[in-house]
Design a protein around this ligand. Structure first.
Ligand code: ADP
Length: 554
C-alpha cells in the first residue's frame, strides 16, 4: 500500500493540532498533580475514557484521603471513578488497581441482593445499609455502606462511604457472647432462685405446721406456757395464761409479767430468772400469780433453753403449773404433823418419866432381866423422841417458826463433846477426830449438835461394812469447815442433788434402814439460818463426806 502523501501545509496543520493536544494533556496532568482536579482514565467498552473530578476544596480532598472510612465514587455502570487509599487498603489492593474496577467485583454472593437494593435506592435518595465486602483473596469485611449522589462535570456519580465494621462486629460478637453468658448465668440464677423459693416455701410450710403444732399443743395443755428470748423478754403466752391472768394480749409481754407475780415472791422470782438467763441453767421457782379475780395461786415455774447447733440459746420455753391444791394439801399435812407430833410428845414425856421412876425404884432389887427390858425401852423411847422432834422441826420450818437464838460458841468444845457422845453411842465404830482447838462461831450449840449428830447417825447407818468415821475441822479464809466422812455406800450425783429435799430418801432395796428423810432437810435449814453452807462430796460405793461451813468470829 502506498504511503499517504501530505503536503507541507497539511503536515504543519497536523503538527499544530498535535501540539495543542499535548499541551492540553500536559495541562491536565499538571492540574492533577497540583490537586486542582481529580482525573482518571478508564478503559471501557468504547476504549479509554478520561474522567475528571473538580475539587474546589483542597481541605475536603485531604479530609477524604485521611479519613478512616473507605470512600469511592461510582458511575452508573458501577465503575469506580475514585477511591481513597483507605478503601484500597481495606480491599488489600494498591490504589491504582482499584480505580476503574467495577465495584460489584468486591461484592460476595451473599451480599449481592442487598447491594443491588442499596444501589437502586442510592441513585434516588441517600441511604445506608450493612453489607459484606470481599477482597481478591475472598476475605470478607463487614461494612456500613452510605450512598449519596454527586453532581460531577461528567454527569451524576454515586459516592459510597464504607465504614469497616470488623472491630464493631467483633465487639458485637463479644458482646453477644457475653450477653449469652449473662443470659445463661441469669437463667441459672433464676433456676436457683426458683429452687430456693421452693425450698423457702417448703420450709415456711414446715415452720407453719410446726408452729401450728406448737400452738395447738401449747393452747391445749392445762399449764400456762410462755417463750422468752435470751435477754429475758417474753414473746409468747398460751391461751391459758390470758384466761388465768385476765390480761389482754400485749399487757404482759416483755417483762410485763412482773405485775401478776405476788409482790412477796417477785424478788426471788427475778433473782432466779436472771440467774438462769445468765447461766443457761434450768429456771425453776415457785411463786404466786394473780388470777383474773385478784386471788393468788401458787405455781411451779420451769423454763428450759432451746439451743442452736453451736450451743447458743435461741429462746426459752417455760411452763407454770398450778400447785395451789398440792400446796394446800402439804400445808394440811404439815399442820397435821405439827399437831400429831405435839400430841405425841406429852404421853412420850410421861412414858420417859415413868421409866426413870422404875429405874430409880429402890424398895426391892429389880431382877436383871427387867433392867434389860427397861434399858431397851429407854433406847426405843429416845429414838421415838428424836423422830417426834424431827417431825416437829419439819412442821416448824414449813410454818417459818424454827426459831432459836445465836450466841458466840466454841465449836471446838462442841466437836469434842459430840465425838465423846458418838463413841459412847456407837462403841463398835472407830472415830478418828482431827480437830483444831479454839474455833469460835456465832451459832446455836444445840442445833449445830443436831446437825452433827444427823451426819454421824447417817454415817453409821449407811456404812455397815467399813466402820471408820472421820470427824474433822479445817479453818480457811475466815471459814471453818466441819466434816464427817464415812466409807460406806456413798451417793450418785443425781442423789446428791436431791438429798437435802424434804422427805427424800434414796430408794435402794439393798440398804433398807430406818429413817424418814427429814434429817438433812432440817440440817440444811439450820445451816442456812447460820448463814453457812452445807454440802456433800461422794461417789457411789466409795463413802461420803458431809460438811458444813460457817464464818469464824474474828
Ligand atoms: P434419813 O432419815 O432417811 O437418813 P436424811 O435426810 O438424813 O434422812 O438423809 C436423806 C437420804 O440421804 C438418806 O435416805 C440416804 O439415802 C442419804 N444419805 C444420807 N447420809 C448418807 C451417807 N452418809 N451415805 C449414803 N447415803 C446417805
Amino acid at each position: 500500500m502506498e504511503p499517504v502523501k501530505y503536503t507541507y501545509e497539511e503536515l504543519l496543520q497536523q503538527n499544530e493540532e498535535l501540539r495543542i493536544q499535548l499541551e492540553e494533556a500536559n495541562d491536565t496532568i499538571d492540574a492533577i498533580r497540583t490537586g486542582q482536579i481529580d482525573a482518571l482514565i478508564v478503559n471501557g467498552v468504547d476504549g479509554h475514557q478520561l474522567y475528571t473530578l473538580k475539587t474546589a476544596d483542597q481541605t475536603y480532598r485531604v479530609f477524604i484521603e485521611k479519613m478512616n472510612e473507605g470512600a469511592v465514587t461510582l458511575n452508573r455502570e458501577g465503575t469506580i471513578l475514585y477511591s481513597n487509599s483507605r478503601f484500597a487498603a481495606m480491599m488489600n489492593l494498591p490504589l491504582e488497581k482499584v480505580i476503574g474496577l467495577n465495584f460489584t467485583s468486591f461484592i460476595p454472593e451473599i451480599s449481592v441482593e442487598k447491594f443491588n437494593d442499596l444501589m437502586q435506592k442510592g441513585w434516588v435518595e441517600d441511604c445506608k445499609g450493612e453489607i459484606l465486602l470481599a477482597d481478591k483473596q475472598g476475605k470478607l469485611t463487614p461494612c456500613l455502606l452510605s450512598c449519596t449522589t454527586l453532581d460531577l462535570d461528567e454527569g451524576i456519580a454515586l459516592s459510597l462511604i464504607l465504614t469497616d465494621l470488623t472491630s464493631q462486629k467483633e465487639t458485637e460478637w463479644e458482646l453477644k457472647i457475653k450477653n449469652e453468658q449473662l443470659l445463661a448465668a441469669q437463667n441459672a440464677a433464676e433456676k436457683l432462685n426458683n429452687e430456693l423459693e421452693d425450698t423457702v416455701k417448703a420450709r415456711t410450710n414446715d415452720l407453719l405446721i410446726s408452729r401450728e403444732h406448737f400452738k395447738l399443743l401449747a393452747n391445749n395443755i392445762p399449764q400456762m406456757t410462755w417463750t422468752n428470748l435470751p435477754a429475758g423478754e417474753v414473746d409468747f403466752y398460751n391461751q391459758q395464761w390470758y384466761n388465768y391472768t385476765g390480761t389482754r394480749y400485749g399487757e404482759t409481754v416483755g417483762w410485763g409479767w412482773q405485775h401478776v407475780v405476788h409482790p412477796d415472791d417477785l424478788p426471788n422470782t427475778l433473782d432466779k430468772y436472771i440467774e438462769a438467763l445468765k447461766t443457761g441453767h434450768i429456771f425453776e421457782v415457785e411463786n404466786r400469780y394473780k388470777r383474773w379475780d385478784n386471788t393468788y395461786r401458787w405455781h411451779l415455774n420451769r423454763a428450759v433453753p432451746l439451743r442452736d447447733d453451736k450451743g447458743a440459746i435461741i429462746f426459752w420455753v417455760g411452763t407454770a403449773t398450778d400447785i395451789e391444791d398440792q400446796k394446800r394439801e402439804m400445808d394440811r399435812k404439815d399442820e397435821f404433823i405439827g399437831i400429831a407430833s405435839h400430841e405425841l410428845r406429852t404421853p412420850l414425856t410421861s412414858l420417859k418419866g415413868y421409866l426413870q421412876l422404875i429405874t430409880s425404884y429402890k424398895r426391892e432389887e429389880i431382877p436383871p432381866v427387867v433392867k434389860q427390858y427397861i434399858e431397851k425401852a429407854s433406847v426405843a423411847i429416845n429414838k421415838l423422841q428424836r423422830l417426834i422432834n424431827d417431825l416437829l422441826d419439819v412442821s416448824k420450818i414449813q410454818a417459818g417458826r424454827l426459831e432459836y437464838a445465836l450466841d458466840k460458841i466454841s465449836l471446838s468444845d462442841l466437836m469434842v463433846q459430840v465425838t465423846e457422845n458418838s463413841k459412847h453411842i456407837y462403841p463398835l465404830y472407830e472415830f478418828d477426830s482431827q480437830l483444831q482447838p479454839g474455833i469460835r462461831v456465832m451459832g446455836n450449840a444445840e442445833r449445830l449438835e443436831q446437825v452433827l449428830m444427823n451426819f454421824i447417825n447417817n454415817a453409821v447407818k449407811y456404812s455397815l461394812a467399813d466402820k471408820r468415821i472421820i470427824l474433822k475441822t479445817i479453818v480457811k479464809d475466815n471459814l471453818v469447815r466441819v466434816s464427817v466422812t464415812d466409807f460406806g455406800i456413798g451417793l450418785s450425783a443425781e442423789q446428791i442433788g436431791r438429798i437435802f429435799e424434804r422427805f427424800y430418801r434414796v430408794e435402794d432395796k439393798r440398804h433398807i434402814t430406818g429413817g424418814l428423810g427429814m434429817g438433812l432437810y432440817i440440817s440444811d435449814e439450820i445451816i442456812n439460818n447460820h448463814h453457812g453452807k452445807i454440802g456433800v462430796e461422794s461417789e457411789l460405793g466409795k463413802g461420803a463426806t458431809f460438811y458444813f461451813e460457817l464464818p469464824l468470829i474474828v
